[in-house]
Design a binder for this molecule. Structure first.
Ligand SMILES: C[S@@+](CC[C@H](N)C(=O)[O-])C[C@H]1O[C@@H](n2cnc3c(N)ncnc32)[C@H](O)[C@@H]1O
Length: 212
């Protein structure tokens, strides 16, 4: 099976602008979690779907960042963020389902708010596991499916279609925790939490770490 990212010349630039414009607010929401998850990261980091570069402010200056970002409309902002935060950026215009990096090679992989949007989250996670060194770590923050029979679950279903269209494939109600559990990481810590904000469709969230 081949995986491709469908570039959209209306939603692509609009989303790139939105993610850039929202970056300070999103960092207020997720900053504490990111600081804890990224603490002590190695000098090379692989990030899946870095968008406008929201995570760069949490990487040490001089970090070598390999950014797997298939959406070409995000690349200009990625370069700008890398310059702003002193990051050595290499962009791979690939989907996370088809990473072309070698097996058993990286100590640290990051994804934040990405597994909701990818076409095949199992495949992306298998790729992440493949490129990690034997004791390599994957850290993540994702918004996920709410508990059944709650207002949040109802709202996620209500808004799913337009949200999915507008945010280029984002699923409001993906059960990412179960998918993570199915991958066979040697160790997996998932914390469920609710980061409340006006973006009701992206409550609740999970954050955590997996070791290959
Ligand atoms: C909601 S944005 C999150 C951006 C950033 N990680 C953040 O936390 O602000 C989702 C990102 O995933 C990217 N993306 C979508 N499908 C992807 C795929 N199959 N593989 C890798 N990245 C993908 C999008 O282009 C976008 O940059």
């Amino acid at each position: 099976m081949t995986y491709e990212f469908e570039l959209n010349y209306f939603r692509g630039p609009l989303n790139a602008w939105i993610f850039k414009a929202l970056s300070s607010y999103m960092n207020r929401l997720f900053g504490d979690s990111k600081r804890k998850l990224f603490e002590g990261h190695p000098s090379t980091v692989v990030e899946i779907g870095p968008g406008a570069g929201a995570n760069m402010r949490y990487y040490s200056k001089g970090t070598n960042l390999i950014a797997i970002e298939p959406n070409l409309h995000m690349h200009e902002n990625l370069h700008k963020s890398a310059y702003q935060y002193g990051i050595n950026l290499k962009i791979r215009s690939l989907v996370g389902e088809a990473i072309d990096l070698p097996d058993n090679s990286y100590e640290f992989v990051v994804s934040t708010l990405v597994l909701c949007s990818v076409h095949d989250p199992e495949m992306v996670l298998q790729q992440i596991k493949r490129i990690l060194k034997p004791d390599g770590k994957f850290v993540f923050i994702e918004h996920v499916k709410a508990k059944e029979n709650t207002f949040l679950a109802w709202f996620q279903r209500l808004i799913h279609k337009p949200w999915h269209w507008f945010f280029e494939g984002c699923h409001t109600n993906r059960d990412t925790a179960s998918i993570l559990q199915s991958i066979g990481f040697s160790s997996l810590t998932i914390e469920n939490y609710n980061q409340y904000s006006p973006f009701v469709a992206i409550i609740p969230q999970i954050r955590g770490r997996a070791i290959k």
